[in-house]
Design a protein around this ligand. Sequence first.
Ligand code: UD1
Length: 430
Amino acid sequence: MEQYIIKGGNPLNGRVSIGGAKNAALGILAAAIMTDETVTIENVPNVRDTRVLLQAIEGIGAKVKYVYNNSVQINGGSICDMNVDYEYIKKIRASYYLLGALLGKYKKSEVALPGGCNIGSRPIDQHIKGFKALGVEVDISHGKIFAKADKLVGGHVYFDMVTVGATINLMLAACLAEGDTILENAAKEPHIVDVANFLNAMGANIKGAGTDVIRIRGVNRLHGTTYSIIPDQIEAGTFMFAAACTRGDVVVQDVIPKHLESISAKLIEVGCQVIEGDDWVRVIGCENLKSTNVKTLPYPGFPTDMQPQMAAVLALADGTSMVTESIFENRFKYVDELNRMGCKIKVEGNTAYIEGIEQMSGTQMAAPDLRAGAALVIAALSADGVSEIEDIEYIQRGYEDFDGKLRTLGAVIERVDSERDAQKVKLKIG
Ligand code: UD1
């Protein structure tokens, strides 16, 4: 089992380049099967989640070719199977985007029902309600969602809550429906806009993505295109918070600073300097971090996917901070691990009360999920002594070459895959 060995205490310094947005890529790769022509997608992050989705896409008969590391060609002309197996869904929930994509293209799909996950129960009632509004018959049995329609017809969907997944799934299905679809209370995240731009580049007619009302006029067919995915807001934010946590000075480049505004605002509140360029953001850490409060909200609010990393920064701030999680029910699993590093964090309901300490001390930890794992890494980078982080496959789901990029900023971090190597690295750096 792979783990990271980290020696903390080095302020991170230098430049780091941010890859394509994982959550945009998952929607876009699924959308790419909706034409029989070849689609080339660039800036695809080479992370576990995108690799699993590409396997699922190959699993239904589409052709997938890696042109080079971050560029993929997909041809959905040879799809022969409408059935997406549980094997993929259990590894990555977003394979359920194939439900919307297959429904749009073939008016039929079967996808294993996603279960809960480490951050809480994650129902898909809004996806199903939306499909039904387009005239789809949905039947759930034997752990599967069976969806089919004689024809898809445009419909009016009002989402009961802001949901990224259902907004994307409905955009996929509706762009090949007959007539107009209106999605109200739609999610506005940058990756929603990116998926809509990609579908439009394939010939779809989607307007209003990025606002809470999306209008989709169905078209008869989609065609091939070449498209480059936007930069990853969460990967960028993670490096920005790593700079703050280690009191470093980091330029995060190849980003869209507008997408990082809620993250930059919190860094300024805690006392860091944030300087923005056209496609870069520089974060200069400060010795005395200040406490603040934060509540996760749908975009443009503070992202839930940055909540654990924010807590790692606040754990080192003067005074008491409050972090309130309003999107997922179980996103504080990392708190016990941070407390083992000496932090003073108490969770009551959906709020973590964080009393700042001067310095954390390195220890053994296990990553509970993707973003919590990233938070433990940046905490360990700031800590006194050596930390060992297990279960890093969670982190690899969403960060390409995380340890390599951190090393270029001066971090002492090694990835090892045996106890023997772990001992060797600890002797070398300890
Ligand atoms: C996506 C992101 C994830 C991010 C989350 C919120 C991807 C692949 N994942 O997840 O990284 O943390 O958005 O920004 O893009 N809900 C329902 N019923 C539904 C759908 C959602 O009750 O049918 C609830 C969820 O349980 C959650 C909230 O709505 O409480 C938001 O979920 P949603 O935005 O759909 O998250 P995901 O798309 O799963």
